[in-house]
Design a protein around this ligand. Structure first.
Ligand code: ADP
Ligand code: MG
Length: 286
């Protein structure tokens, strides 16, 4: 177990105090505002309206989960926020600045790690800060590897690490540019249940220290409730928001909370919302 435990920023500090710097800069930033967002994909088979007239507001430091059945537009919304996709219409801004392209203000973690296989773990994490011309990218990378408990793996190749460790490197890499927003697309979806549960807890520890805005895509109801301040349940195509559920569970959360009555109530309520949407997909094939 020890090898899976992340260190806290306090005991992870090294030379450049990057984590402390992030603690200061993360607070108060990371407001996301989307208005009347429509995303239409055109293909040979015809057009797909992945999102239609969607409005979304995410507060600085909020942990928001996007939940919904497969194909409902979760990744599309995440990629719009990341600036990887451009909306067909509508506006999207972070801290009042319109998103015009891939932006360093968003760290991204995907389901399958996207580490560079030809670079060491340390170089992977140093890549972002180096690219942005930050001082001491290697020192920063060491700090963030310590944060996720992987300082001993700094010289390893990504391929030699377990899936859980690769995702932790991915998190370190995403945080190393001090982004006010962390976007995560089913980041623990490929991990076994035990590792996944520990990663969820450790992610919450990092989030509560850094006060960073997190948008976390998942199709796992329990994961969404356990992690989030608010669960946005999405509609099937054309995608939009079906319901916004505020999760009033106390912080800090530990896994025993999933046995609580309130957790159960949220689980039942959200299960019904998703079931309605999934049935619509089945119905459309009749
Ligand atoms: P989710 O992440 O919720 O599973 P996505 O956002 O990936 O869903 O996709 C939403 C819809 O948009 C799906 O019907 C998908 O097939 C379609 N889609 C996504 N990306 C593209 C693309 N690049 N070209 C065409 N259709 C796409
Ligand atoms: Mg997806």
């Amino acid at each position: 177990m020890a090898i899976l435990a992340f260190n806290t920023p306090a005991d992870a500090e090294t030379g450049d105090h990057a984590a402390e710097r992030m603690l200061r800069t993360g607070s108060g930033k990371g407001r996301i505002e989307g208005r009347d967002l429509t995303m239409r994909f055109s293909s040979k088979k015809g057009d797909v309206i992945a999102l239609e007239n969607l409005d979304i507001d995410i507060k600085p430091g909020e942990f928001l989960a996007l939940l919904g059945p497969s194909g409902c537009g979760k990744s599309t919304l995440l990629n719009l926020i990341a600036g990887i996709l451009k909306p067909t219409s509508g506006t999207l801004a972070i801290d009042g600045n319109e998103i015009k392209g891939p932006n360093p203000g968003c760290g991204i973690v995907f389901q399958h790690h996207s580490l560079f296989p030809w670079m060491s773990v340390l170089e992977n994490v140093a890549f972002g800060p180096r690219n942005l011309g930050h001082d001491d990218p290697v020192g920063t990378a060491r700090t963030f590897l310590s944060l996720v408990g992987l300082e001993k793996q700094s010289k390893a190749w990504p391929s030699s690490l377990s899936g859980g460790m690769q995702q932790r490197v991915g998190i370190a890499r995403a945080l190393a540019t001090y982004p006010p927003v962390l976007l995560m697309d089913e980041p623990f979806g490929a991990l076994d249940a035990q590792t996944r549960s520990i990663m969820q807890e450790e992610l919450l520890k990092i989030w509560s220290k850094f006060k960073i805005t997190v948008v976390f895509v998942t199709h796992d109801i329990e994961e969404a409730i356990f992690l989030a301040d608010r669960v946005v349940v999405m509609k099937t195509l054309p995608g939009g928001i079906k319901r916004d559920v505020t999760i009033d569970l106390p912080r800090s959360r530990d896994p025993a909370i999933i046995k609580s009555e309130l957790f159960n109530t949220y689980r039942g309520q959200i299960f019904e919302l998703i079931r309605e949407e999934t049935l619509k997909v089945f119905g459309s094939h009749d």
